[in-house]
Design a protein around this ligand. Structure first.
Ligand code: AMP
Ligand code: ZN
Length: 140
């Protein structure tokens, strides 16, 4: 994908503040960080969204992200981190090359938790939702 920003970074055609590289994975600093040390972890291979990526490759990506997150937290002296994916336009994805955000967290940094990304209004039937999801694993 010649026009893809993150493919260009993966190939070394565009500068990034790379902090770690391993086989098919690159980790570099987000250019507009939410907090100091905000890092993105990407696969070298282009997949627009996580659901289009083979699960085994996604597993390897998350493995690297977990390792890098611990290192970033230690290096930055952070008190914790959020690790997440904006998957799809509705979820806020802007760069359509899979990437995992590692956002180091600091006391009183003004941020919220994962639960602050969306709000559900009104009661929903949780068991009906669980059943619908279970069905996708073994449709009858
Ligand atoms: P998302 O909304 O999950 O698609 O986030 C894309 C992220 O990529 C944003 O946090 C941007 O700040 C970041 N970003 C965009 N361009 C670059 C770049 N050239 N180098 C590093 N990070 C970038
Ligand atoms: Zn790409």
């Amino acid at each position: 994908m010649s026009g893809c920003l993150f493919c260009q970074i993966a190939r070394g055609d565009r500068h990034a503040h790379t902090v770690f590289e391993k086989e098919g994975t690159v980790a570099f600093l987000d250019i507009f960080p939410c907090t100091p040390g905000h890092t993105l972890v990407i696969p070298r291979q282009h997949y627009p969204t996580l659901d289009e990526m083979p699960a085994e490759e996604a597993g390897r990506l998350f493995h690297v992200a977990a390792v890098v997150a611990g290192k970033v937290q230690a290096a930055m002296g952070a008190a914790g981190f959020n690790l997440g994916v904006n998957n799809g336009k509705a979820a806020g994805q802007e760069v359509f090359h899979v990437h995992i955000h590692i956002i180091p967290r600091y006391p009183n940094d003004g941020g919220g938790s994962m639960k602050s990304v969306a709000r559900m209004s009104g009661e929903k039937d949780i068991e009906q939702i669980a059943s619908k999801i279970r069905q996708t694993f073994s449709p009858s």
